[in-house]
Design a protein around this ligand. Structure first.
Ligand SMILES: Nc1ncnc2c1ncn2[C@@H]1O[C@H](COP(=O)(O)OP(=O)(O)OP(=O)(O)O)[C@@H](O)[C@H]1O
Ligand SMILES: [Mg+2]
Length: 493
């Protein structure tokens, strides 16, 4: 992918000189022809699709869809009935100890009896679906289980028992999965949180937890949740999106990838900024792949999501207080302790509170190359967020001193965005270059330039450099990452 700019040898200055010579010979002639066709085709494709009428096949679907829906409804009713019978007949205490085989056999036998009694005929496939769902119901997370197993689902969002949305390829879809009623939903929530030693009820109405498979789980129950319990699950992806995946998905360009590689490898301090679900953690994880394998990295997260590929990684997970309000280990506690553990780099999953002080201090005092994410909508906004967090942490410092602390700690702000068509893109890479009077000076090096909207509401746009050369070019060169000058040249749409 972006190997055209990628440094091939290891980042030792000596090797870099030879590399640079080779690049000077190779990069220019090959870069232009390759770069030119890289951007126009998407625009051409979208124009083509926009001229085409929406697929007529859609009209034929409802018939098949209706039948399928009726079948599902019928199966759902049968399942509910069987489930009720099961709960009446199964010895729930003995369930805990039963093996999977025993349990499946028991469920099959009770369910078969009930089906016979009620003279319900199911075909083989239906039987196996219903039995599997009953098994999930008894042992697992009930209706959520199928969604958890579905790899195309990223997020699961439950708004009360009868409305479950999922996110697939950036778009929210309403599913036909439902809970029987609020009690059923509450029972599943309870099952999840009690497995991790937590409790959720009227006096303790919301909870954050991590599922066995690593997925992030949050629930809020009535009366705070007005129309029934609210649940959100961010599914854990075993194979996190890597740099090459993100480039090929159009999350950022090859040139940006090459620039980011230089930035991370030469140990700039990076903040990934973005809104909820904009791809911050994914970006942070992808950026971490540029860290050298012989560095010691410590990671601190609320819920361990990062999957670093390096050998030398220490992972920490902060912990909220328990029901009695005891036992909290805050991100700040972890960070303070991490500083005593001889890290080369520290990665904090998200900075949102007083740990900002220690994070900036770490970035300023020999742990360069540290990274974190913050919730903000632009680089400027990100800096204001940092200022606010410092103020909220009760640090009384003149604003100029705060800003100077930020400007010397943070080198780069990478903005992740989820655009209105559901696509996730890196919409800006901004460098912090110092202070001018009381103001932190910044320069944007790359950005996503939107140019329009297709009739299907897909955003048309392209990535471009802004034409400013990186403030850190000399540093990159010294470390052997001599990016060709054309990387900073704007691309026409
Ligand atoms: N460029 C992308 N293309 C497609 N899917 C993506 C992209 N970036 C992230 N995703 C997917 O979007 C979901 C949200 O991503 P991620 O967890 O990184 O967001 P986040 O900003 O950290 O969210 P939160 O604010 O909840 O922590 C994940 O399921 C991830 O796999
Ligand atoms: Mg995240």
């Amino acid at each position: 992918m972006f190997s055209r700019y990628k440094k091939t040898s290891d980042p030792k200055p000596a090797a870099a000189v030879a590399d640079k010579a080779a690049k000077a010979l190779n990069a220019r002639p090959s870069a232009n022809p390759a770069a030119a066709p890289a951007t126009p085709p998407p625009a051409a494709v979208s124009v083509k699709t926009s001229l085409r009428k929406a697929a007529p096949a859609a009209a034929a679907q409802p018939v098949a869809g209706d039948k399928e829906r009726r079948r599902k409804e019928r199966l759902g009713e049968i399942k509910l009935e069987l489930h009720r019978e099961l709960l009446d007949n199964l010895n729930l205490a003995a369930l805990e100890k039963a093996s999977e085989k025993e349990l499946r056999a028991e469920i099959t036998s009770i369910a078969t009896e009930v089906l016979q009694e009620k003279a319900i005929v199911l075909n083989r496939e239906e039987r196996s679906t219903v039995f599997q769902e009953l098994y999930d119901e008894v042992t697992g997370l009930g209706p959520l289980e199928t969604l958890l197993k579905d790899d195309s689902v990223n997020d699961i969002l439950v708004n009360g028992p009868k409305q479950i949305f999922v996110e697939r390829s950036g778009k929210l879809e309403l599913t036909d999965v439902v809970f029987k009623d609020e009690r059923h939903l509450l029972r599943i929530i309870d099952k999840i949180v009690s497995a991790v030693g937590r409790r959720v009820d009227e006096s303790n109405p919301y909870v954050d937890a991590r599922l066995k498979d690593g997925s992030r789980f949050n629930a809020m129950v009535p009366p705070i949740a007005v129309d029934g319990s609210l649940v959100s699950i961010r599914k854990f992806k075993k194979d996190k999106l890597g740099i090459d995946d993100l480039v090929s998905f159009g999350a950022f360009s090859e040139q940006m990838a090459a620039y980011l590689q230089a930035a991370v490898a030469t140990r700039l301090n990076v903040i990934v900024s973005g809104g909820t679900g904009s791809g911050k953690t994914t970006t942070l994880n992808a950026l971490s792949s540029f860290i050298d394998n012989d560095e010691r990295i410590l990671t601190i997260e609320d819920t361990a999501e990062l999957q670093l590929q390096q050998t030398h990684v220490g992972r920490m997970e902060s912990r909220p207080p328990n029901v009695e309000g005891k036992g909290e280990v805050s991100p700040r506690d972890c960070l303070k302790n991490a500083l005593r553990m001889r890290p080369d780099r520290i990665i904090v999953g998200e900075t949102r509170g007083e740990e900002v002080i220690d994070m900036l201090q770490a970035m300023n005092t020999g742990h360069d190359g540290s990274m974190t994410t913050i919730h903000a909508n632009s680089a400027r906004d990100g800096v204001s967020r940092l200022e606010n967090m410092i103020a909220m942490a009760g640090i009384e410092m003149p604003i100029k001193a705060v800003r100077s602390q930020i400007s010397s700690a943070v080198n780069l702000i990478v903005q992740a965005s989820r655009l209105q068509d559901g696509s996730r893109r890196m919409t800006s890479i901004t460098e912090i270059t110092g202070m001018e009077g009381d103001v932190i000076s910044m320069q944007e090096v790359f950005r996503y330039q939107r140019t329009g909207l297709t009739p299907e509401n897909k955003i048309i746009g392209h990535f471009t450099a802004t034409g400013v050369r990186s403030h850190y070019s000399e540093r990159f060169r010294m470390w052997g990452y001599d990016l060709p000058a054309e990387i900073y040249e704007p691309t026409a749409g």
